[in-house]
Design a binder for this molecule. Structure first.
Ligand SMILES: [Zn+2]
Length: 228
């Protein structure tokens, strides 16, 4: 029988501390890399939106739109409206950092246009994970309160879907950055490529940290459910 005690759990406290520290470190690293390269002008003399437009047109994704969105580092590509949503500083700014982030998002749109496999798997997982992410903690708590191990096991299966999602996200993010760096190396100068690589590597580390944190939590849940 699976038993989850109510006593103070030092292992879980440690996981929370490590998770918070890892997340904060990754965030600090991307912010500092972005800040450094947002002071360096890209050699192309164009805005992030302009360079992203040219990349999309050059790579068979000219149907993709580009709009600006409020906030700092809030950039994303939405396959539902097939549009890049670039933060104002990256939309209208011409720094190496702006151009790198804009081309990274264009990389996601190019993935969709070309039917990139991991991107399709990730998109297919979105509705599943939207459900499991909300369901797992409720099932878990119910399992403990009702002392019913079937529910806690089901909760862990739900949580595993979130972990799988985080892991599938890694190749998708790395591939989008690779496309951006490759494009900038052909149309820009060496400084553009070097800066883009630096900013986008820092951005990728935030996804690596998120995946590590969720794997750690899953291992913990599995270890606890195997303990009598
Ligand atoms: Zn991305």
């Amino acid at each position: 029988m699976v038993r989850y005690g109510y006593g103070f759990d030092y292992a879980y406290l440690l996981i929370i501390i490590v998770s918070v520290a890892l997340g904060a470190l990754a965030q600090a690293y991307i912010r500092s890399a972005y800040k450094k390269w947002s002071h360096v002008g890209a050699t192309m003399g164009k805005t992030g939106a302009q360079v992203a437009r040219e990349m999309l047109d050059a790579q068979g994704a000219s149907a993709v739109g580009i709009t600006s969105v409020a906030g700092h580092l809030t950039d994303y590509y939405d396959p539902r409206d097939n549009c890049l949503h670039l933060s104002q500083e990256n939309f209208g700014g011409g720094s190496v950092a702006s151009v790198a982030v804009a081309c990274h998002e264009a990389g996601h749109a190019v993935q969709t246009a070309h039917g990139y496999a991991f991107g399709r798997i990730r998109t297919a997982l979105v509705p599943v994970v939207n459900f499991t992410q909300r369901a797992w903690s409720v099932l878990f708590l119910l399992g403990i309160v009702m002392n019913f191990s079937g529910l806690t096991s089901l909760a862990i299966v739900c949580f595993a879907f979130s972990v799988l999602f985080q892991i599938v996200t890694l190749p998708v993010e790395i591939d989008a950055s690779r496309r951006a760096v490759r494009y900038l190396s052909t149309v820009g100068g060496g400084i553009d490529e070097r800066g883009a690589r630096s900013v986008l590597t820092a951005a990728a580390l935030t996804y690596v940290a998120a995946a590590l944190i969720s794997v750690m939590q899953l291992v913990y849940l599995l270890a606890r459910s195997n303990r009598r």
